[in-house]
Design a protein around this ligand. Structure first.
Ligand SMILES: [Zn+2]
Length: 582
């Protein structure tokens, strides 16, 4: 937090005492009302120096309407009582804490505050779990947030344009639906940008789980963030008579009832943005456990695919919560408040577990079983004891949807005979060339074939805090491998080809992995998606061909290159067939 720009006559600039500030936002979306009034929330947002926009060091709200060509004035959120404009950039006054519904709906300065606050706290939540700053996947420190970008009930992230673009749609009754006022749409789009910064290769053409994960992440972050507020669960528990009786009489809350509480919370998500927002979360939470969904053609489309992962995680949350309640009941410590706090703690832990899994996930070719694998292994590193049985709950819940932990993808290599000579442990923490040197020296031990081009894509330090308060320091490096083949060559290697792929169709196949080093630069884990897993490559080619994802040169599976923002605009375009979705 440098205050250099604010210094006058050598005097230190005024700095805010707190690391956070509270901003009024719309809690879910304008359709969610209590006593005839839009439900607001006080969002805790990291303190930052705010230029008009608002514009912080990570975000820049630009209120440009591409449809009308109008640039609306930048919102100045500084405290107007502060006379000097320069130190005032550190001040903030929440003008909307007592504002009427009409002001929230009609004042574009509030829209700017709403979109900024939700994006900033979403980024902060993910950075907290990962223990480091997250970079954007484009050459700017600031992500543009465009709250009234175009006339359409749609919103999307574009890497090429370095921003999130929110549409609006005038309604026949004279009102306007603003997607920038929907909490889960803003959080969802922000997580697309964050995940793209963390795992840019997840935008490449892969198996359906990969884009499905991109869609699921935002919904999971939104749902678990809300569920980690004990006030909200307490409210749900006190209104649900049967649940309250059970809690008050010390009977266990059954999974069915706990699931019902979760339904109640999810029900409010995107219940309507006056009819244009789909019901992704509600549908996910109600998706019955069934291993058949993964192979169901109806669940190949990315948003629908993502629902399976959301469903597995929410089922895991219910198991974690009811498990904690049973422990409380045994100790005779049950009350509505205690039950609500147990639910909030379970949600908080699950969210952290889920976000941390990103570091142990492969750099390419992500599948849902990799997500489970990464969650379980990463959690065991920071919380070896698992006193509440969380990992068993998650394993069991994923199992009911046919997602089973693979046995050979994350290999514990702490005792493997690896060659560390010539490797500089300090350079290894930040330098892809040094990590590549380590990989090159250990190709055989790591089971990597020198025939396939290999690139160390990113090296990131991570610091996590376990439940015992101890720090776990790691360096996470990921690499990708690429091989270009013709259809004939692919067939010779054992890749099954569908009818639409001919012998001279160019095909690009991918592999890769993640290396987790400890604080001394010693490799602990090797997460691996083998390039020569011909079964996976066959499934990928079949899926891409089935969806007709040939590029303009009739090639299959090739990197999408520069125009990678586009798929999300396509994915989020309204489609009556699958409901409009974000
Ligand atoms: Zn999306």
């Amino acid at each position: 937090m440098s205050g250099l720009a604010d210094q006058q006559d050598g005097a230190a600039p005024p700095r805010p005492a707190s690391r956070t500030r509270v901003m009024t936002i719309i809690a879910q979306d304008p359709a969610v009302q209590r006593d005839g009034r839009i439900v607001r929330a006080a969002a805790t947002v990291p303190v930052d120096r705010l230029e008009p926009g608002p514009r912080s060091h990570r975000f820049h709200v630009v209120d440009y309407d591409g449809t009308s060509g109008v640039l609306h004035p930048a919102a100045d959120l500084a405290d107007p009582r502060e006379p000097d404009p320069r130190p005032a950039r550190w001040t903030y006054a929440d003008r909307f804490a007592q504002a009427s519904d009409e002001v929230l709906l009609g004042d574009f300065a509030f829209h700017a505050q709403n979109v900024y606050a939700i994006a900033a706290r979403t980024l902060a939540r993910l950075e907290f779990a990962l223990g480091r700053r997250i970079e954007w996947e484009f050459r700017s420190h600031q992500l543009y947030l465009v709250p009234h970008a175009f006339v359409e009930a749609n919103a999307f992230y574009s890497r090429d344009d370095c921003g999130l673009f929110f549409g609006y749609l005038p309604q026949p009754d004279g009102t306007t639906v603003h997607t920038c006022l929907s909490h889960d749409i803003v959080a969802h789009e922000t997580t697309h940008a964050i995940l793209d910064g963390l795992r840019p290769r997840f935008m490449e053409p892969g198996l359906p789980d990969q884009p499905g994960f991109h869609e699921a992440l935002g919904d999971i972050v939104a749902l678990l963030s809300v569920f980690s507020l004990p006030e909200l669960i307490e409210f749900a528990l006190t209104t649900e008579q049967d649940a309250r009786n059970r809690v008050e009489t010390g009977n266990d809350l059954t999974e069915q009832l706990a699931q019902g509480i979760l339904f109640g919370v999810a029900e409010q998500f995107g219940s309507t943005t006056s009819g244009v927002r789909g019901s992704a979360l509600r549908r996910s939470v109600k998706l019955d456990p069934n291993a058949a969904w993964l192979g169901d053609p109806g669940f190949q489309e990315p948003h629908r695919r993502g629902e399976i992962l959301v469903a597995a995680l929410t089922r895991g949350l219910v198991k974690m919560w009811t498990g904690r309640l049973a422990q409380l009941a045994d100790r005779g410590a049950m009350s509505v408040r205690a039950a609500a706090e147990a639910g909030a703690k379970a949600a908080e832990h699950l969210l952290t577990m889920f976000i941390r899994a990103l570091d142990y996930a492969p750099a390419v070719e992500l599948e849902f079983d990799d997500v489970l694998d990464a969650m379980l292994v990463a959690d065991a590193v920071v919380a070896p004891d698992d006193a509440h049985g969380y990992r068993d709950a998650v394993r069991e819940a994923f199992g009911t949807y046919g997602i089973v932990q693979p046995t050979d993808r994350i290999v514990d290599v702490a005792a493997a005979p690896l060659y560390y000579d010539h490797v500089n442990a300090t350079a290894l923490r930040t330098n892809p060339d040094e990590v590549f040197r380590f990989v090159w020296q250990n190709l055989d031990a790591l089971g990597l074939c020198p025939e396939y081009e290999l690139e160390v894509a990113a090296v990131r330090p991570a610091v996590r805090i376990g439940p015992d308060g101890l720090l776990v320091e790691e360096v996470v490096a990921d690499y990708v491998q690429v091989l270009d083949l013709t259809g004939t060559q692919a067939g010779e290697r054992g890749i099954g080809l569908p009818h639409s792929v001919s012998g001279d169709t160019p095909i690009q196949i991918w592999g890769g992995g993640t290396l987790i080093f400890d604080q001394f630069g010693r490799l602990k884990f090797h997460q691996r998606k083998r390039l020569d897993d011909w079964d996976r490559q066959s499934r990928r080619v079949a899926y891409l061909a089935h969806r007709g994802l040939f590029d303009t040169r009739n090639r299959l599976g090739f990197s999408l290159g520069a125009s990678r923002g586009l798929p999300f605009a396509d994915l989020h375009a309204p489609d009556r067939g699958i409901e409009e979705r974000w």
